[in-house]
Design a protein around this ligand. Structure first.
Ligand SMILES: *Cc1c(COP(=O)(O)O)cnc(C)c1O
Length: 360
């Protein structure tokens, strides 16, 4: 039996997803825009988002091959880029069969490829470490790596890199990374891929044959210090409801550890969402939630299944009223700032017990 008494949900606006994709990909008309849907589509639901993008995006990207296999099982036919590449030798056989593009970034992976007896005919992505120093081969090693590929693979090659700071408009690092990648890529007849969301939006010079669009697809801003130069619509709106209300006297304390104390007669609303749903426990007093169009500050520690907020200054609210934790009317960026984190983390950590409800 499927029954939902608790009304928590993450409403996923699929029309907005499509509009965001179209708006951002229009910034790079010469590039193919790959939709990055790793980590459960940044918390929005892996297969539902993939199904909606399958006919729109030329390819999808996930972190590791398990996620891609889930997509094939759900009937998704687009090519799928595996951003961490093969994590075991067998991944090559699966990739060959399933039309997965593997991003190769270390010599162990290369050895798995070169010792294969069967041909590998899928596109090969080789990751160049142009300065992020997380994954990839040093630029000066690329020529000798490419020499080890067979001719078919050499003709089916994408040289790619990843930016460490593309959301920082005055950081010269991005241009240095672009120059580094281009200086290797010009030596070979290959395709290129550099840009993430911030690259697509801020660095036109970074647009390659493929760009890799993640966070902005979901209507979220890759930067924390400025607004985007375009209107995107948040795709996820996270909702819960008020399940209790009480009036407190001056000096009464709220929640675990008694970390919040009423400094005036106060009305406290208890809302049915907590850290087990992905609302972070580190949220501090004052973190806003939205109730009936009015902002209310968090009061007291986040529990596993509940939070408490101060609704003293709000027009009357009642049990059952809907609460927006973040989304279309309260930006996930605003909430993230109060939590000393970023929108990426809040979106991806919405847990499995919150039903995703899809609106077209
Ligand atoms: C996650 C990821 C992206 C997408 O980044 P956004 O900032 O979400 O656009 C692109 N490329 C790689 C290699 C990634 O891991």
């Amino acid at each position: 039996m499927s029954y939902q008494s608790r009304k928590n949900q993450a409403v996923i606006n699929l029309a907005a997803l499509k509009q965001n994709y179209q708006k951002i990909s229009a910034l790079a008309p010469q590039s193919e825009t790959i939709a990055v849907i790793k980590a459960n589509s940044y918390g929005h639901g892996l297969t539902a988002v993939a199904k909606h993008l399958d006919k729109i995006a030329p390819a999808l990207a996930v972190a590791f091959i398990d996620e891609a296999i889930t997509l094939r099982s759900a009937g998704i036919n687009s090519p799928i880029l595996i951003l961490e590449g093969p994590l075991c030798e067998q991944d090559f056989a699966i990739a060959e069969q399933e039309n997965f593009w593997l991003m190769l970034h270390n010599t162990v992976q290369l050895n798995w490829l070169t010792k294969r007896s069967a041909p590998f005919t899928q596109k090969i992505w080789i990751k160049v470490d142009t300065g992020m120093h997380r994954l990839g081969f040093a630029p000066e090693n690329i020529p000798k790596i490419i020499k080890t590929l067979d001719n078919e693979q050499k003709n089916n090659l994408v040289l790619c890199t990843h930016f460490s700071s593309a959301e920082e408009l005055d950081n010269p690092k991005t241009l240095a990374q672009i120059t580094s990648l281009h200086s290797v890529a010009e030596l070979f007849p290959c395709q290129t891929s550099l840009a993430n969301s911030a690259g697509i939006i801020n660095w036109q010079q970074s647009h390659g044959d493929y760009n890799r669009l993640g966070i902005a697809l979901y209507g979220a801003n890759p930067a924390t210090s400025y607004d985007l130069p375009m209107d995107l619509t948040p795709v996820m709106t996270l909702q819960s409801t008020i399940i209790a209300l009480r009036d407190l006297n001056v000096g009464d304390k709220v929640g675990y550890g008694e970390i919040w104390q009423a400094e005036r007669p106060s009305r406290i609303a208890t809302i049915a969402i907590g850290y087990a749903d992905g609302y972070p426990r580190c949220a501090k007093a004052g973190t806003p939630v939205l109730i009936n169009g009015q902002l209310a500050p968090l009061a007291g520690r986040v529990s596993m299944d509940m939070i408490t907020v101060d609704v003293t200054d709000l027009k009357p609210v009642k049990i059952g009223d809907m609460v927006e934790l973040w989304g279309e009317n309260l930006s996930v960026e605003t909430v993230a700032k109060h939590l000393d984190t970023i929108n990426y983390e809040l979106l991806t950590r919405v847990s499995a017990r919150v039903p995703r409800v899809y609106r077209t």
